[in-house]
Design a binder for this molecule. Structure first.
Ligand code: HEM
Length: 277
């Protein structure tokens, strides 16, 4: 067991099994489906914080994989496909909800549980090391540069909202203090290394392997159902302490918190579709 599974029993057996971002899904669907090792959310605040941090990240990794597919189809197709734009907007919204979900604990609980676990893995531990996310900013830049503005305006707005949520959540949890990355010796502008990507995978209990799309979707659906039922029992808008945000940002975040369950349910349908083209 890894250190986190040792101290957080609710994560024992929890492992996300997905391919490397550039590896296609296995074509043959034969063979055993990966075991689904996630359990229902616990009540204890520290355990719940860890659970949401890990489960929220697992689902975010799945969302990024599908979002990258959609963005690639928008960036590469001759004609911009409105269904892919709509799907990408929905996926950005799920990712925004997952930021709020993963970081929904109080700053005190975050500083007591999550942050020390990341520091123990590496003092400069950072989301920049998430290999499943790396293609997304690049594809988004291509889309912004090459696609008709009126067709992708909603998509660019959803991406901006996502940045607002990420920044606000980071600020809330670290009380305006420096992030781990900034307070470490590692320069923020250095290239990410494979060692860091692997360490990030290991920390988050991700096993890289060839799986079929069906096996991937089975994990994604199990995770989405767990997050949705956790959020139905303990709504996100009850969990945030002070945010201290401009009204417009507070409005965006409040809406995502209130509609989290609908956003997640819609995503369940979307996960069965594939980009055309
Ligand atoms: C579910 C996904 C994510 C969550 C819940 C999340 C959460 C957070 C939190 C809480 C912090 C503050 C860390 C601390 O110092 O204690 C942070 C900082 C940061 N995150 Fe994320 N993050 C996520 C994904 C990402 C991704 C994909 C990237 C990659 C671009 C990223 C880049 C960063 C950076 C660069 C910082 C430091 C910001 C600064 O120094 O101003 N994060 N994030």
């Amino acid at each position: 067991m890894t250190p986190v599974q040792d101290c957080c029993h609710i994560l024992a057996g929890a492992q996300l099994r997905i391919p490397q971002p550039h590896d296609p899904f296995r074509v043959h669907t034969k063979g055993p489906m990966p075991a689904i090792g996630w359990r229902n959310a616990p009540d204890d605040p520290d355990e719940l914080a860890r659970y949401r941090w890990w489960i929220g990240h697992h689902l975010a990794f799945c969302v990024w994989r599908l979002l990258s597919e959609r963005l690639a189809s928008i960036a590469n197709d001759q004609q911009t496909q409105p269904p892919s734009v709509a799907a990408s907007i929905a996926m950005y919204d799920v990712y925004s909800v997952l930021l709020l979900y993963a970081g929904s604990c109080s700053p005190e609980v975050y500083l007591r549980t999550i942050r020390p676990a990341m520091v123990a893995a590496d003092p400069a531990f950072s989301g920049r090391w998430a290999r499943d996310y790396e293609a997304i900013p690049v594809l988004l830049r291509t889309i912004r540069r090459t696609r008709p503005a009126e067709l992708v305006a909603g998509l660019l707005a959803a991406a901006r909202t996502n940045q607002v949520v990420h920044m606000a959540m980071g600020k809330r949890l670290v009380h305006d203090g420096p992030s781990l990355l900034r307070q470490s010796d590692r320069g923020a502008d250095q290239r990410v290394t494979d060692r860091e990507r692997n360490l990030f995978d290991e920390f988050f209990l991700v096993k890289r392997m060839h799986v079929s799309r069906a096996a991937f979707v089975a994990q994604l659906r199990a995770l989405t159902s767990l997050v949705a039922s956790d959020v139905a029992q303990r709504p996100l808008h009850g969990s945030a302490t002070t945010w201290d945000l401009p009204a417009v940002h507070a409005g965006l975040i409040g809406k995502l918190q209130r509609t989290a369950n609908t956003v997640l349910r819609d995503f369940l349908h979307l996960s069965l579709e594939r980009p055309c083209g």
